[in-house]
Design a protein around this ligand. Structure first.
Ligand SMILES: *Cc1c(COP(=O)(O)O)cnc(C)c1O
Length: 360
């Protein structure tokens, strides 16, 4: 077994090794202060600097306009499924959602608790193997916003372009934030759990346009208002300190890789290698339709479930870990987020070719 295996896990996903090494040091003794990072007051000068740096790096890397707040929250992306409609919809108000998979469906269920929700499109009938084009659906004119999931982690699909509509977009970017440049001004709210492309589990980032902070109905509890967190710089209560710190380290690493433009290029290269291997073979079949393919999660099937199980098992023994597909799609899934090394993709492709030779 090599010292560090290739981790294709869909989430928590692989992190840059230099980030892990730095975090291991700082957990015990932060900046040679004689105190560990996770035992420091969140209101200490040192930790405030950590939070400020993480925020300013995120603003710089994603080019976030000044009229947006960056919030470091808890509860995962799943809590945001409720946060969004709770803060944006008064009873009787409408929003349009696109159902492109499990994470969209869960968000729809929560939104229905708060407003009149139109599901304008669903790809459920094709096991969510694609995302819609703008011409495939209509956004209800009364909608406060159009909600979508930019990258569908489970199925391996991605919106390569965001919908063109006069409505504000609200987007779950949990599995592809920071993987490509974005025009933030098209969005009212963007949120993402950190554990796929940004850091460890436990911190969720929400980017919220300022004018939306005052929309929450009076019945929304304090902790569930975006405004509460925005007004206090994510320090209304104890924030997820370790997560924020790690996100900061990941962002510093990302900046050194050429920022989101550099990442996008590398992600395209990695994905192209893997999709080319799938397309050049009769043995492997991609799950996602070609024009919806995700550069983050590559889903594919083998001729039989038995071969798929054997593939995953043998891959693990040579240090290619976490390739089992989600139970709702079956097959295999290679999650190759920002921090996943290109060499791991090259090794996987070689393994796939070898496996095909032996088993077809
Ligand atoms: C993983 C994932 C979620 C769920 O995230 P939690 O932080 O576990 O709640 C939501 N949306 C997408 C797109 C995901 O990939």
């Amino acid at each position: 077994m090599p010292e560090r295996i290739y981790n294709f896990s869909p989430g928590p996903g692989t992190m840059p090794q230099e980030v892990l090494a730095q975090a291991a040091k700082d957990i015990v003794n932060f900046n040679d202060k004689g105190i560990g990072l996770i035992e420091m007051s969140h209101r200490s000068k040192e930790f405030m600097a950590v939070t400020d740096e993480a925020e300013s790096l995120l603003r710089e890397l994603l080019d976030i306009p000044a009229n947006y707040k960056v919030l470091f929250m808890q509860g995962g992306a799943s809590s945001q499924f409720a946060f969004v409609p709770m803060n944006l919809l008064a009873p009787g108000q409408t929003a349009t959602y696109l159902n492109t998979g499990v994470w969209a469906k869960k968000a729809i269920k929560e939104a229905e608790l708060f407003g009149d929700i139109k599901v304008a499109y669903s790809s459920a009938d094709s096991t969510y193997n694609h995302v819609p084009k703008d011409s495939d659906y209509t956004v209800d004119p009364a909608s406060e916003f159009l909600y979508l999931v930019s990258n569908n982690t489970i199925y391996g699909t991605q919106f390569h372009e965001f919908p063109k509509t006069d409505k504000m977009l609200v987007c779950d970017m949990s599995s592809d934030i920071l993987s490509r440049p974005l025009d933030i001004s098209r969005f009212g709210i963007i949120f993402a759990g950190a554990q796929k492309n940004m850091g460890p589990a436990g911190v969720t980032i929400a980017i919220v346009r300022e004018d939306l902070l005052n929309r929450a109905p009076a019945t929304v509890p304090t902790m569930f208002r975006y405004k509460t967190h925005a007004d206090k710089g994510s320090m209304f209560n104890t924030p997820p300190c370790f997560g924020i710190y790690c996100v900061g380290l990941v962002l510093k690493w990302l900046k050194k890789q050429g920022g989101v433009k550099g990442m996008e290029k590398l992600n395209q290269e990695k994905a192209a290698l893997l999709y080319a291997a799938i397309d050049s073979s009769e043995f492997y079949r991609g799950h996602a339709q070609v024009d919806s393919r995700s550069p983050m999660n590559v889903t594919f099937n083998l001729p039989t479930p038995e071969l798929e199980a054997q593939f995953v098992k043998e891959a693990t023994t040579v240090g290619l870990d976490g390739l089992k597909g989600h139970r709702s799609v079956g097959g295999c899934r290679a999650s190759i987020y920002n921090a996943f090394p290109k060499q791991g993709v090259i090794d996987l492709v070689a393994f796939m070719q070898e496996f095909e030779k032996k088993n077809s």
